[in-house]
Design a protein around this ligand. Structure first.
Ligand code: SF4
Ligand code: SF4
Ligand code: SF4
Length: 186
């Protein structure tokens, strides 16, 4: 009996060792080098993976941009700051973000919330908390402005509300009309 246990332990250890070596060799042999630009573009994106840009996630969007198959202005959660960073990385001109709503966070009207949890499942960054059949709420600091929770709510009690721009988003407003010429020295 003792030797049977020893043999079983030794064979399991050998099997694990051989599997580890096999996996290590396979990982080295079949390793595909990723374009470093894709890594840099991915790192510039919010990592929310909300799919708002029309791609399966941030990495897929980065791959599409690096191969010239996607514009730089599709990531609404990232906003203008991300778009400008992508423009620098790709060496292209910045592009306006269509219908850019500016910085916002989701807000749940808790009086209307029925606690169905649909929004919790839809939120890619776990910014919504709440239990089944209880009012839910948004952790504003975690919300990435992605809109993904709006449609799934069956009672339309979630809205996106603007937040004050931080120093990262704030910009001088463009002048409404032609700028008056400065007086010249006499
Ligand atoms: S919209 Fe932005 S955050 Fe959402 S998946 Fe696309 S790149 Fe990622
Ligand atoms: S709370 Fe809504 S808008 Fe905010 S990150 Fe989650 S899904 Fe997106
Ligand atoms: S989807 Fe709407 S009703 Fe359901 S838990 Fe979220 S906020 Fe409440």
């Amino acid at each position: 009996m003792f030797w049977m246990i020893v043999i079983a332990i030794v064979s399991m250890s050998l099997l694990s060792l051989l599997s580890g070596i096999g996996l290590g060799i396979a990982a080295k042999r079949f390793h595909v080098e990723e374009d470093p630009l894709v890594d840099r573009l991915t790192n510039a994106l919010p990592a929310t993976n909300c799919g708002n840009c029309g791609f399966a996630g941030c990495h897929a969007y980065a791959q599409a941009m690096s191969s010239g198959n996607a514009e730089i202005n599709l990531c609404m959660p990232g906003g203008v700051r991300t778009m400008e960073e992508l423009a620098v990385l790709l060496g292209v001109e910045p592009k306006p973000i269509g219908n850019d709503p500016g910085p916002r966070v989701a807000f749940i009207n808790e009086a209307l919330c029925i606690g169905c949890t649909a929004c919790v499942k839809a939120c890619p960054v776990d910014a919504i908390v709440g239990a089944n059949k209880q009012a839910h709420t948004v952790i504003a600091d975690e919300c990435t402005n992605c809109d993904a929770c709006i449609k799934p709510c069956p009672v339309n009690c979630i809205e996106m509300v603007p937040v004050a721009a931080t120093v990262y988003e704030w910009k001088w407003q463009k002048p409404a009309g032609p700028v008056a010429a400065l007086p010249t020295a006499a």
